[in-house]
Design a protein around this ligand. Structure first.
Ligand SMILES: NC(=O)c1ccc[n+]([C@@H]2O[C@H](COP(=O)([O-])OP(=O)(O)OC[C@H]3O[C@@H](n4cnc5c(N)ncnc54)[C@H](O)[C@@H]3O)[C@@H](O)[C@H]2O)c1
Length: 384
């Protein structure tokens, strides 16, 4: 019989619902070692929890106080999706209660909060902790990762990773917590989207030694929903250029976290250009990836391959069909659950605490670089 891992969800908003839906269709996966069961939910907004109890008969606890959920002995693991300012309070509390943690990015809204969370993780090596970042679970993204791991790229020329949104181009879009410095943090768009663009580069060992950053602020006030306009202080767009040291030649790592990229809706992409091979994937063309193999004097020809539905974790879906966001969420969660059940996440675990800490180091340096218009060295954890 498939092992059951009992989950509590703290934060029943946009992402809490996504994860619950992925759990509800676990039958989609054909060889999962274990399955998650949502037994408890928590949100300070009571009305949001009804959707969970209506659709998930397994939910036996609803509470507005996360401490009550953490005191529940029936909860083995917690998925936590709350505003950034709360991560440093809730993540350590979840671990102190002895629950495994699948936490939403960015693991705290600044470097100090990231360090607090890292300390709590260090104190509980018996618990599994992973950070949410689903886009690398697209089959095309996995193809790019595989291409690089197999050494097809050769000396790297440039790597560019981007996450692009456009809804903030509307100056009349009401403000929410993601555009408030006090709740989202000084990183602004970088805190929201930074883990998404850094997950694959960090996984491949591409840690920039130093960064420059162009930070863009265009919409300075937004409606508050009560008839007033209030300050909107978070950065709209950031383009970070890091320098990665490499024995084959240093190369630039370009990271774009844009909330105002005209016409783009949740577009995640990764492009790697090298002397021997190049590869590209964008969620705009979810069933395809592009690659080029090059030999000196040979033709330079990009090839496009249709991949269809080919997640890391096998499913009932036919290979001719198309992969999407909700599938990436389920594949990511399958990776977490697989590790909890003793597996290796098929060689691609969710973002790790050290990757989350490294991404904070990059964002902290990028914020300073952007504000001071200078090149800033990245101080990774454990470095003087
Ligand atoms: N992986 C992704 O693609 C992705 C996408 C969007 C957001 N996120 C991340 O998910 C997290 C939440 O974002 P969201 O978009 O779901 O936000 P949201 O505002 O839709 O949901 C957050 C929920 O937390 C609840 N909450 C606030 N304080 C609480 C508390 N003390 N106890 C319990 N619940 C509380 C709110 O009432 C709200 O329902 C953030 O860390 C964000 O960066 C990830």
């Amino acid at each position: 019989m498939t092992r059951v891992i009992r989950f509590g969800i703290i934060g029943c908003g946009l992402m809490g619902r996504e994860l619950a839906s992925a759990a509800a269709r676990w039958l989609h996966l054909t060889d999962a070692k274990a399955r998650p069961e949502i037994v408890a939910v928590c949100d300070t907004n009571e009305s949001l929890m009804d959707w969970f109890s209506t659709h998930l008969p397994s939910v036996r606890q609803k509470t507005t106080d996360y401490r009550e959920l953490l005191a529940n002995p029936d909860v083995d693991a917690v998925y936590c999706a709350v505003p950034h300012v709360l991560h440093a309070e809730l993540y350590p509390a979840i671990l102190a209660a002895g629950k495994h943690l699948f936490g939403e990015k960015p693991f705290g809204m600044d470097a100090a909060q990231s360090a607090t969370i890292a300390g709590a993780i260090k104190a509980r090596p018996d618990l599994l902790v992973r950070c949410s970042s689903e886009m690398p679970f697209y089959p095309g993204a996995q193809k790019v990762v595989d291409f690089i791991r197999k050494g097809h790229v050769g000396p790297v020329l440039e790597v560019e990773a981007a996450f692009l949104h456009s809804s903030d181009i509307n100056p009349d879009k009401p403000i929410n917590w993601k555009r408030m410095v006090g709740v989202n943090g000084d990183y602004g768009c970088m805190g929201d989207l930074g883990m998404h663009v850094l997950h694959v580069p960090l996984r491949l060992g591409w840690r920039p030694e130093s960064v420059t950053a162009s930070l863009v602020k265009r919409v300075t006030t937004r409606p508050d929903g009560k008839g007033n306009r209030v300050p909107c202080e978070t950065w709209d767009n950031a383009t970070i250029t890091g320098t990665v040291r490499d024995p084959a030649g240093d190369f630039p790592l370009v990271l774009k976290t844009w909330r105002i990229a005209p016409g783009e809706a949740n577009t995640w992409s990764i492009k790697v250009l090298g002397m021997n091979g190049s590869a590209f994937f964008t969620t705009k063309s979810p069933r395809q990836w592009q690659f080029m193999r090059y030999e000196p004097g040979g033709t330079q020809c990009w090839q496009t391959e249709d991949l269809g539905f080919a997640g890391l974790f096998p499913t009932i879906t036919g290979g001719i069909f198309e992969f999407g966001f909700t599938d990436a969420i389920q594949q990511m969660w399958a990776a977490f659950v697989d590790e909890l059940a003793g597996g290796d996440a098929k060689g691609f675990p969710c973002a790790t605490p050290s990757e989350a800490a490294d991404h904070h180091a990059v964002l902290t340096a990028a914020l300073q670089a952007g504000i001071t218009n200078s090149t800033v060295a990245v101080q990774y954890q454990g470095q003087a």
